[in-house]
Design a binder for this molecule. Structure first.
Ligand SMILES: CC(C)(COP(=O)(O)OP(=O)(O)OC[C@H]1O[C@@H](n2cnc3c(N)ncnc32)[C@H](O)[C@@H]1OP(=O)(O)O)[C@@H](O)C(=O)NCCC(=O)NCCS
Length: 147
């Protein structure tokens, strides 16, 4: 499966539609949040990556943006439910980390859902502190990795 997945940055209107739709489907729809709630004010200044199958289906999305010249933040990592655990998240995370290195970032931070903590721990991120509980139901922990 994994060797038939490619990573690309969304380019066309159709790509962007698929990109945000998958982000919404995985990270917002299960909590009854409306389309549009999956976006923030940093989209235009972010580096985005999308994992697609050979037939062009979007199966993973992720984003990183610079907080300052030393620090970048990963947000909105999401893999299609049926393909979680098959390596797509690892592939995307490695690409985001490469982008951070190209920016000469020293530290990547993120706020992980507690259900995703193990994934980031396996990738060398360390836990800092509990942060917000999204929609009163999704606890998050601030994590970081030094590059
Ligand atoms: C978290 C997520 C992005 C990880 O992507 P993925 O493609 O499922 O992860 P991978 O298949 O690359 O997994 C890499 C390793 O992490 C482990 N892992 C992945 N997700 C995990 C989870 N939620 N809990 C425990 N371990 C997990 C895998 O078992 C694998 O372990 P291994 O290297 O020992 O085999 C994906 O599962 C997802 O979209 N989850 C739902 C949305 C979400 O929580 N996003 C993160 C918001 S902060």
């Amino acid at each position: 499966m994994l060797n038939s997945i490619t990573l690309q940055t969304p380019q066309t209107d159709n790509d962007w539609q698929n990109y945000f739709e998958l982000r919404w489907k995985i990270l917002r729809e299960p909590w009854q949040q409306p389309p549009g709630s999956e976006r923030d004010e940093f989209e235009e200044n972010s580096f985005h990556i999308m994992a697609i199958t050979q037939t062009g289906q979007a199966v993973g999305v992720a984003r990183i943006h610079q907080l300052d010249h030393m620090t970048a933040q990963i947000r909105y990592m999401a893999v299609l439910d049926s393909l979680q655990g098959t390596g797509i998240g690892s592939l995307m995370l490695a690409r985001l980390e490469k982008q951070a290195q190209d920016w000469k970032t020293k530290t990547i931070m993120l706020n992980a859902r507690d259900t995703a903590l193990e994934f980031y721990l396996k990738k060398g991120y360390i836990k800092l502190e509990a942060t917000q509980t999204l929609y009163n139901r999704i606890p998050h922990t601030k994590m970081e990795k030094q590059l």
